[in-house]
Design a protein around this ligand. Structure first.
Ligand code: AGP
Length: 569
């Protein structure tokens, strides 16, 4: 989703920002832009399409050196995918430039008020009201202008503003679930909406929290809240995150699937040295465990819940995070909450987490990004140590999430986790890639694909279908096999591929045979995936989806319409 990067310091700011925009690409976007100040004037360069196209434009224009620049990758929400709608947006008087993530909910009213004062708007975005409002409160003190403007904004936002009257200052403002971090290094400051983009560059990183403002100069960062200056501690980041590369693979997704055995090893190393006693005691003392997450992380939540329940440990309710405000589940203070998120920035999950916290629940985050919002807000953060996941389709992070869940269950049961056999199984499945490619070649023209499972493999079926949908755009569903005859069977014909996810449980596998007969007798093609202990069976589906996307000449790393980090509700 939208990304922010800015630089203020001695280097060529435009170059630093274009480099930063490249590191934000994985989040998903459809246009990019930057603004810089030269000769007391704000200039912008914008481009629909990839950041490389923007870089080309910047190079062709041979821009003058500037020490201050704001950059943005836009994922369209309000207004189409056009250069006019791309950020940064500049006030009508040319004084203020803004990059913004989030949604200004009352922008229509604000726009009409500003228009009645003679302001002309150039875009269809909600963002453009921000620089124009700031400009209305123009004063010697740019922080004052920004804080005054914020009093009128409703919605969630993280934005940066710069003024041609203050070419050595950027003001940052935040409200709601949009992340913004400020990284300092000698004589320069970087600002980003993505913590991992700064860990390798900066000495100290500060996270802006709701209702906070920062006045950023090349050699100082001052924080303010409710009109008073505040002192903030830098984040305790354990390790710098290296920018991910494709290595020997053609796509990030392929690389990330092949990293799964290494992820299992990294988790083993991490959790061998972790003491989960306090966490286990918390779980022992609770009534119900609430899990909230979205997409793949939600499926990991279903999987973890099943593991808890299988051992008869606790009642577990799994919530689609975006539905939590609309379902009003019974929550009592003796419950605990687990939120699961790869990015640690998913707005719906963060919002669910805030609901749990407001209800007095102890919150545990299973999260892949250290220092992310979800990580910071949790009472306990359990790292998934899967390394940066760039491809939009989550693969290695899912395995990591389910494995961390299993480690917690095993800690409660006082039993070991079988890391060695999991790594072996992962390697073995990866070795079947060619066979899976053959299945794809034989079935690439099927109109619809069904994954059928039972017990734990019914959850794998849901996650498998999500993988296929998001990167191949084929109609695909994951079904608990017994449900087939209650409706979906009506869709099965000779243009259908049914993928059978054999469960490890013998009795379940036997029952699943009935469903195989049902689809076979309606002409469906069949592919049977063997049983696998643990969530690793998903690797078959991940490879299937990857190969199918490639067969269809689609880029699996950047599926249409989707973003890696979904920071709007
Ligand atoms: C996964 O393939 C999807 N891209 C998506 O469902 C994702 O899992 C979801 O948006 C949640 O993201 P999170 O784990 O970063 O919170």
């Amino acid at each position: 989703m939208c990304g922010i990067i800015a630089y203020l310091g001695k280097d060529n700011a435009v170059n630093r920002v274009t480099e930063g925009l490249k590191t934000l690409e994985y989040r998903g976007y459809d246009s990019a832009g930057l603004a810089y100040i030269s000769k007391e004037t704000i200039h912008t360069v914008k481009q629909v399409g990839p950041v490389d196209a923007l870089v080309q434009k910047v190079n062709d224009l041979k821009l003058p050196k500037s020490n201050i620049a704001l950059g943005h990758t836009r994922w369209a929400t309000h207004g189409g995918i056009t250069e006019q709608n791309s950020h940064p947006h500049v006030s009508d008087d040319g004084n203020i430039a803004v990059v913004h993530n989030g949604i200004i909910e009352n922008y229509i009213q604000l726009k009409s008020d500003l228009e009645s004062k003679g302001v002309t708007f150039k875009s269809a975005t909600d963002t453009e009201v921000i620089p124009n409002l700031i400009s209305q409160f123009k004063s010697e003190n740019i922080l004052k202008s920004v804080t005054e403007a914020c009093k009128y904004l409703k919605g969630s936002y993280a934005f940066l503003a710069m003024s041609c009257d203050h070419p050595d200052t950027i003001v940052a403002a935040k409200n709601g679930s949009q992340p913004l971090v400020i990284g300092t290094v000698k004589d320069a400051v970087y600002i980003s909406s993505d913590t991992p983009t700064l860990t390798s560059k900066c000495d100290k990183i500060y996270a802006l929290e709701d209702a906070e403002f920062a006045v950023i100069c090349p050699t100082s960062v001052k924080f303010h809240k409710f009109g008073k200056s505040i002192v903030k501690k830098p984040l305790a980041i354990m390790a710098s995150v290296k920018p991910a590369t494709k290595g020997i693979y053609n796509t990030f997704m392929e690389r990330e699937i092949h990293e799964i055995p290494d992820v299992i090893e990294a988790i083993e190393r991490e959790y061998c040295k972790r003491d989960l006693t306090k966490l286990v005691a918390k779980i022992h003392a609770c009534d119900t465990i609430h899990i909230a997450a979205c997409g793949t992380s939600y499926h990991a939540g279903l999987y973890i819940a099943r593991m808890f329940e299988r051992q008869g440990l606790r009642r577990v309710l799994v919530h689609v995070a975006s539905e939590l405000p609309h379902t009003n589940p019974i929550i009592n203070p003796r419950d605990i909450a687990i939120v699961i998120s790869q990015s640690g920035e998913t707005a719906d999950t963060l919002s669910a987490m805030k609901t749990f916290k407001n209800r007095g629940l102890y919150t545990i985050a299973i999260c892949n990004v250290e220092g992310s919002s979800i990580w910071r807000y949790a009472d306990t953060a359990l790292p998934t140590v899967a390394g940066t996941e760039v491809a939009v389709a989550s693969t290695k992070a899912y395995i990591a999430q389910t494995l961390v869940g299993e480690i917690v269950v095993n800690a409660i049961m006082e039993q070991p986790t079988n890391f060695v056999s999991y790594r072996k199984a992962a390697h073995e499945i990866l070795g079947h890639s060619e066979e899976i490619l053959k299945v794809v070649s034989e079935n690439k023209d099927m109109n619809r694909i069904f994954f059928l499972g039972k017990g734990l493999s019914a959850i794998t079926a849901l996650e498998s279908a999500l993988k296929v949908k998001e990167i191949t755009y084929r109609h695909c569903e994951g079904i608990a096999a017994g449900e087939l005859k209650h409706g979906t069977l009506a869709l099965v014909d000779s243009n259908t591929l049914s993928i059978i996810l054999t469960p490890t449980d013998e009795a379940a596998a036997q029952k699943l045979n009935n469903s195989i007969h049902e689809v076979k007798s309606r002409g469906s093609h069949i592919w049977t995936v063997p049983p696998v202990e643990s969530s690793l069976q998903i690797i078959y589906a991940q490879l299937f989806a990857l190969h199918l996307a490639q067969k269809l000449s689609l880029d699996p790393d950047k599926p249409r319409n989707l973003a890696k980090s979904v920071t709007v509700e």
